[in-house]
Ligand binder design. Structure first.
Ligand SMILES: NC(=O)c1ccc[n+]([C@@H]2O[C@H](COP(=O)([O-])OP(=O)(O)OC[C@H]3O[C@@H](n4cnc5c(N)ncnc54)[C@H](OP(=O)(O)O)[C@@H]3O)[C@@H](O)[C@H]2O)c1
Length: 470
């Protein structure tokens, strides 16, 4: 179709604008539309220079602007806005066109929308995009899911604008149905856990060790040179170093201690509960944010609940390397749980997700990019069908050598009154998964005693019930 737009973007908030510029700077002709015309005008005025970007001010104009088959990326607010835009677009589209949702949509919504559009012969991809506004402009990590044919229509374009690592472009087919948004949801859940682990380490250094913010920033910088090399480790140091222009103090110390969340972490926890996959560290990070919200309650309870709050030591000189090891345990446990969840979801929902590809796509561009990913990919590739990283001797060895240090940190944290939910669930998870016999036998006995729920025996097959009270 010659000079028509090769891709259309609907929604010109920060993500849509930056993705439009990214596509255009890679030479693709882009058509853009935003519900509110002023936003489109401001985008063209303030940010578009030589880039091949054509504005449209009605949806009719927008679809006319695009070559056939049309390829349209929605970057509107997740939720009902996506449905509203799809319904408005539907009468204007033709069979063979492709719609992509690049927002943080719930995977079940994606599957519903896919079916709705399929009934009209229109392809639909749920595309997870990570990297924030900077990533959108300079190279995000892209997680598309849907039919392989639909992915084939945009593979060349998406891989061009994606971040690159030494293992190739950070975009790959994540599987059928809502797989793309499912993978993005698990990415975000791991992000929650990683951030919670970092926050706990900061709290420990500040509260238990009485370290200055500068010294804590320096410690994160040092850790960023080693196994904890990761975007989030580096970001923690940067944020800690930033000074409030007014007071000259570290800005982070002036920020209210209430963490917000937009829902992807909670969705992952809900999905894990539904699928019966244990993700205690991912879930603990969600609850930690929830608890942070109860600031007034915490103040009220804390006022009459004395605890040391500051540890006086003596600490061994190794304490910071213990803490570094402990944060590694959190990160490894979070990936282990996230990848187990992905494996079960892929089986239950027939996604066909290749977790080695997921780890490759997370190597650069996204928020959880980290040095560990290369190692984790090797572990997954050793046995791609295996749901557990913990079945790998190499993976177990990495955890085992750090577990004693993690245990020491937890002991000190308890004495200093520092909650470390990410670390304690990570340690518990590993301890439980290495334990061939758990006390669940007593739970089964009690369930049978009060509710005749029956139990199995270890010394003979069958299902048993006992009249315990006789
Ligand atoms: N921000 C990030 O770092 C980031 C990272 C990864 C993924 N995401 C996801 O990417 C998507 C876009 O994020 P964002 O931060 O750029 O924007 P956003 O604030 O989530 O959404 C604002 C955009 O949605 C449009 N919109 C809202 N309701 C609409 C409706 N009923 N009909 C048509 N358009 C509607 C707005 O148009 P108007 O101008 O007319 O209001 C505006 O263009 C979201 O799903 C977000 O979760 C964001």
């Amino acid at each position: 179709m010659g000079n028509g737009g090769e891709i259309g973007i609907i929604g010109l908030a920060v993500m849509g604008q930056n993705l439009a510029l990214n596509f255009a700077r890679h030479g693709f002709r882009v058509c853009v539309y935003n519900r509110t015309a002023e936003r489109t005008e401001a985008f063209l005025r303030d940010r578009v220079r030589e880039e091949p970007i054509t504005p449209a001010y009605t949806l009719e104009e927008f679809v006319r602007c695009l070559e056939h088959p049309r390829r349209i990326l929605l970057m509107v607010q997740a939720g009902s806005a996506v449905d509203q835009v799809i319904e408005a677009l539907l009468p204007l589209l033709e069979p063979g066109d492709l719609v992509m949702d690049g927002g943080n949509s719930h995977y079940t919504d994606t599957e519903r929308r896919m079916q709705r559009l399929a009934a009209h012969g229109i392809q639909f991809l749920g595309v997870g995009i990570s990297g924030g506004e900077k990533g959108a402009l300079l190279g995000p990590s892209i997680m598309p899911g849907g039919s392989p044919e639909a992915y084939g229509m945009v593979e060349g374009m998406l891989t061009r604008i994606a971040a690159r690592s030494e293992e190739g472009p950070c975009c790959a087919y994540m599987g059928r149905g809502g797989a793309g948004h499912y993978v993005k949801m698990v990415h975000n859940a791991i992000e929650y856990a990683f951030m919670q682990g970092i926050a706990e380490a900061y709290d420990f250094m500040k509260t238990a060790l009485g370290m200055s913010i500068e010294a804590i920033a320096e410690t994160f910088e040092r850790w960023n040179e080693g196994t904890l090399n990761a975007f989030l480790t580096e970001l923690a140091a940067r944020v800690l170093r930033y000074r409030d222009p007014e007071s000259g103090d570290p800005l982070v110390e002036r920020i209210l201690d209430r963490a917000e969340q937009k829902g992807t972490g909670r969705w992952a926890a809900q999905s894990a509960l539904e699928l019966g996959v244990p993700t205690p560290t991912l879930t603990a990070a969600v609850f930690a944010r929830t608890i942070s919200h109860f600031k007034a309650d915490r103040e009220r309870i804390g006022a009459t609940f004395p605890w040391p709050d500051r540890h006086t030591g003596p600490f061994s000189g190794e304490i910071l390397s213990d803490l570094e090891a402990a944060l590694n345990v959190v990160v490894l446990a979070a990936f282990s749980q996230g990848l187990w969840l992905l494996s079960e979801a892929s089986r239950a929902y027939n996604y066909g997700t290749d977790r080695a590809e997921v780890l490759r796509v997370w190597r650069a561009g996204c928020i959880i990019r980290a040095r560990w990913l290369g190692f984790l990919r090797e572990v997954v590739r050793e046995d791609p069908e295996d749901p557990h990283l913990l079945f790998s001797a190499r993976f177990r060895a990495e955890l085992q050598r750090r577990l004693p240090a993690a245990g020491r940190i937890l002991q000190w944290a308890f004495e200093a009154g520092i909650p470390m939910p990410a670390l304690s669930t990570a340690v518990d998870y590993v301890l439980a998964m290495r334990r061939s016999r758990l006390p669940a036998n007593l739970i089964q006995a009690q369930r049978d005693a009060f509710g005749a729920h029956t139990y199995e025996r270890i010394d003979r097959p069958g299902v048993f019930h006992t009249e315990w009270m006789d």
